[in-house]
Design a protein around this ligand. Structure first.
Ligand code: SAM
Length: 326
């Protein structure tokens, strides 16, 4: 294992953002009307992405999550997924999506060896979903979820950013929905990422309160789920439902962080909540050798900061989540 950061953490997981574009405008993520996206000339090509991931995999990375922006808006995404899944040392390839276009991609993604899907879904109420996402259609997401099930994805994890006075009255309906359909449910705390994320901070909920709320209605037992992530899981007794709690603010998990993020323009971000980065695109386009690329990645890992400072310096991250790769 070559990728050990200065704090002794082994980096074995890459969040790969294949686009900064999205077909939704969730108010806490991307501003309404936002159009200032990365130039197509700056997008890493599939060959460039595969080259970087191969180099990482030879240094010990074995898990990749494809994300964005919305990864399904990048053309031929299943082709890229297949290329990555065929790299000999990649053991786990997953994808995060808003599922708006999942119904027509689910089979291809399965055939491309994506093993796990995460779907973002903040409300089961069509009007509210439309409001939160600035125009999204809930029925498309539900169709996408059903297509994922049909294609054989298991587990499908639903990620719900839980927000006071926005969707916190839907905790139990989301639990029941996930029990009914066999999905896993994860609650996420709002983070001050970009102006949008900061503006949503007044909706922040400490997820400990949600655990307490759920424990009044259900018997919860500790549980473990496969995945590279930081969620702490509880299981609802008598059901197959695992509920994950992702608490970057109330109980951060930086000491076990095992990941870095590659954005669509070829910037390697060492932390979601800091600006430390390495710009890879010019090196790739100037013909860097495979060995020099690996040496560069090793040096980049030395830049990984100890922790985010969302609470201490909430003004710090100016880029939107979709730019870094969520
Ligand atoms: N489009 C894909 C999706 O919807 O899953 C992948 C990218 S999206 C940016 C990844 C996740 O980041 C989504 O679950 C979204 O809700 C979450 N997210 C975006 N901004 C956030 C914020 N400020 N705080 C917490 N989660 C955020």
């Amino acid at each position: 294992m070559a990728l050990i950061d200065p704090f002794g953490r082994a980096i074995e997981y890459i969040r790969l953002s294949v686009t900064d574009r999205c077909d939704l405008r969730c108010f806490y993520c991307l501003p309404k009307g936002y159009k200032d996206f990365e130039e197509p000339d700056h997008w890493l090509s599939f060959a460039e992405i595969t080259r970087v991931i191969r180099a990482f995999s030879e240094l010990g990375v074995h898990r990749i999550r494809i994300t964005g922006g919305e990864p399904l808006v990048r053309k031929n995404i299943a082709t890229l997924a297949k290329k990555i899944s065929q790299l000999p040392r990649i053991e786990d390839l997953s994808l995060s999506t808003n599922a708006v276009q999942l119904a027509r991609h689910a089979q291809d993604l399965k055939a491309a060896n994506i093993s796990r899907l995460n779907v973002s879904l903040d409300s089961l109420d069509a009007k509210r979903f439309n409001r939160i996402t600035n125009g999204g259609k809930l029925d498309k997401v539900i169709a996408g979820l059903m297509a994922a099930k049909q294609a054989g994805f298991h587990p499908v994890k639903i990620n719900m950013v839980l927000m006071k006075d926005v969707n916190d009255d839907e905790v139990e309906s989301m639990v029941e929905f996930c029990i009914k359909h066999g999905f896993t449910l994860r609650f996420i705390e709002t983070m001050p990422i970009g102006d949008t994320g900061r503006n949503a901070s007044n909706h922040f909920i400490d997820l400990e309160k949600i655990k307490t709320q759920l424990s009044r209605k259900y018997t919860l037992t500790p549980s473990v789920m496969h995945g590279g992530g930081p969620a702490q899981y509880l299981k609802i007794a008598g059901t197959d439902l695992n509920i994950g709690f992702i608490t970057p603010i109330s109980q951060h998990f930086c000491d076990t962080c095992n990941r870095v993020r590659l954005s669509v323009d070829g910037t390697l971000y060492l932390c979601l909540g800091q600006s430390d980065k390495l710009v890879l695109r010019p090196l790739l386009r100037q013909g860097i050798s495979d060995q020099a690329l690996k040496d560069t990645l090793i040096k980049a890992i030395a830049l990984k900061p100890e922790k985010h400072e969302f609470s201490e310096k909430p003004e710090q991250v100016v880029r939107f989540m979709s730019m870094t790769g969520g």
